[in-house]
Design a protein around this ligand. Sequence first.
Ligand code: NDP
Ligand code: 8X3
Length: 251
Amino acid sequence: MNKIALVTGATSGIGEACARKLAVNGYNMIITGRRAERLDALAQELSALGVGVITLEFDVRDREAATAAIQSLPPEWQEIDVLVNNAGGALGLEPEYEGNYEDWDTMIDTNIKGLLTMTRLIVPGMVKRDRGHVVNIGSVAGDAAYANGNVYCATKSAVKALSDGLRIDVAHTSVRVTNIKPGLVETNFSVIRFHGDKERADNVYKGIQPLTGEDIAETVYFAVSAPAHVQVAEILVLATHQANGSTIVRR
Ligand code: NDP
Ligand code: 8X3
């Protein structure tokens, strides 16, 4: 059987592009997300490439659902080689002292606790098999806070800490851990951040050529396809006229 990759949040943006990139390169795919119809459409497309595909519809914030989903996999599909912890996002862009409690909870529960749940479910098998790769999708936002980014930036700092911590905890095995830290990537990210305000979302990418989900998938695959003795610990990928989370030159 080909190697198996599981991508969370494969229904859109970076996750969808990662699923395509891995499938094109022969991985059997487990694609997850909350929107079943989008998972089904992607499954059809990837199956046509000749790889096996399983869709799992669950919310990464729901530990019981995540556990049941992983346990529902046929035994040979539970031997996951690559876990891409991608599901996540931002909600709101306000001063910390004016933020919305619900938005905070959603970001913390998804970006930190959801990622941890998936790690806890899948990494024990990797450790046992002495083989595997965890790719966490962090962000430039985790390197330094930017104005009004507060809680989102904190969740991505947590992704960095959790990636670094996991790398230490599996260092006695051949399991590798990579934190990919994208800058501005044009996906559905900003539409969700601004609660559906498309015009405000479009403004985020005005005057600068943003990255695409495919650009990030390339970096994920670079890390995953490196020789077994090479552990790509982190990759920071920015748009060309972006210097960090705050400095973006629009022309
Ligand atoms: P999108 O909004 O396009 O995609 C987000 C994906 O996450 C969707 O597939 C969505 O699936 C999934 N998701 C969100 N919440 C949940 C949940 N509770 N349970 C399961 N799946 C969930 O955004 P991106 O592709 O841009 O974002 C992907 C990751 O990349 C995020 O972690 C984001 O923080 C990070 N990132 C994005 C950057 C950008 O500029 N776009 C830059 C740096 C990092 P569904 O709705 O079907 O559940
Ligand atoms: C997403 C990139 O700069 O909007 O993590 O936070 S940014």
